[in-house]
Design a protein around this ligand. Structure first.
Ligand code: NAP
Length: 292
């Protein structure tokens, strides 16, 4: 396999799974990030760091998973969000290399679900706005693909990122009955994202979405039932925050290949954070060797 992929965000929730998927398929890749263990150092807040870092690698594709992804942090520091999620994307897009930009269902305002890629982009939050700007920046490149993904679930590297990680037995939680998503297992998202990254003919906007539309509350109850988790401390609540769109369910352009129940099954979800590669275990030597 010749084509090499530069992947950002490898130290994050989805990024861990993407790197594992690339490793498993033997796809040559190079991780780009700001912490030790990444193959090349870049800081999305310092666009000038991007070009020199990837020059000489001659990648076929940039897979930009990295982002300021916490909604609260984006709301508090919208400038930081815009720089990380949009200005840095413009820099990637200017490299003249195929760009696959990971985006979100939160670019929508939730009033016209279910959404197709042609849906009207009307973000409500600072996070959504920065990601929407990132889409525009990416699509300025001739050869760009924007992949919108929904709420992700499944075990995370730090036990605190995935939608199911939050659903601890005995933990007192309020879960929205009026906020609808099409949740997708993070491993499925990574697998399909790598498929798309390798499919060099793909351009434009693609939606990846889970097989069912359901509220946070219904999702939690389904998880409790299938994973045999005691959810008696969880309670239904109503979302009133105007920054949270009520229904951003999407129609998937790709077949997910398994039902929501199968993805929620404890055997399938048995991958503990320990089995997810840590940043320093991402085999930098192997990745570098594969570049040649
Ligand atoms: N998780 C979801 O449910 C979900 C849903 C829809 C869309 N998405 C999108 O999916 C992508 C991945 O999300 P995630 O949940 O995996 O996020 P995450 O766990 O917060 O990971 C974010 C990644 O971006 C990197 N990053 C952030 N700022 C950086 C900077 N200035 N320079 C270099 N790297 C930087 C982080 O690296 P550090 O370790 O250095 O911080 C980390 O690797 C994002 O584009 C997000 O918008 C996620």
């Amino acid at each position: 396999m010749g084509a090499m992929i530069v992947v950002t965000g490898s130290t994050g929730y989805l990024g861990h799974y993407v790197v594992r998927e690339l490793d498993a398929r033997g796809v040559p890749h190079c991780t780009a990030g700001r912490v030790a263990g990444c193959d090349v150092r870049i800081d999305l807040l310092d666009p000038a760091s991007i070009r020199p870092a990837v020059e000489g690698l001659a990648p076929a594709t940039i897979l930009n998973v990295g982002a300021l992804s916490a909604m609260g942090a984006c709301e508090q520091e919208p400038d930081l969000a815009m720089r990380t999620n949009a200005l840095a994307v413009a820099e990637w897009a200017a490299l003249g290399v195929r760009l696959v930009q990971v985006s979100t269902d939160l670019v929508f305002d939730g009033r016209s679900a279910p959404y197709l890629p042609t849906g009207d982009v009307q973000p409500l939050s600072a996070y959504g706005r920065s990601k929407a700007e990132g889409e525009v920046a990416a699509l300025r490149a001739e050869d760009a693909l924007v992949v919108r993904i929904p709420l992700l679930f499944g075990p995370s590297h730090d036990g605190a990122h995935g939608a199911t990680d939050m659903l601890q037995p005995g933990r007192s939680l309020g879960l929205f009955t009026n906020e609808y998503r099409t949740p997708l297992h993070v491993a499925d998202a990574a697998r399909l994202l790598v498929d798309l990254a390798l499919d060099e003919a793909r351009r434009g906007i693609v939606h990846l979405a889970g097989p069912e539309r359901l509220s946070r509350w219904d999702f939690a109850r389904r998880y409790a039932e299938i994973a045999h988790v005691d959810g008696r401390a969880w309670r239904p609540t109503v979302a009133v925050d105007p920054l949270r769109p009520r229904d951003v369910s999407m129609i998937s352009d790709l077949r997910i290949g398994r039902s929501l129940d199968a993805a929620l099954d404890p055997v399938e979800s048995a991958r503990t954070p320990d089995s997810i590669p840590r940043p320093h275990e991402v085999h930098p030597q192997r990745s570098r060797r594969q570049l040649h």
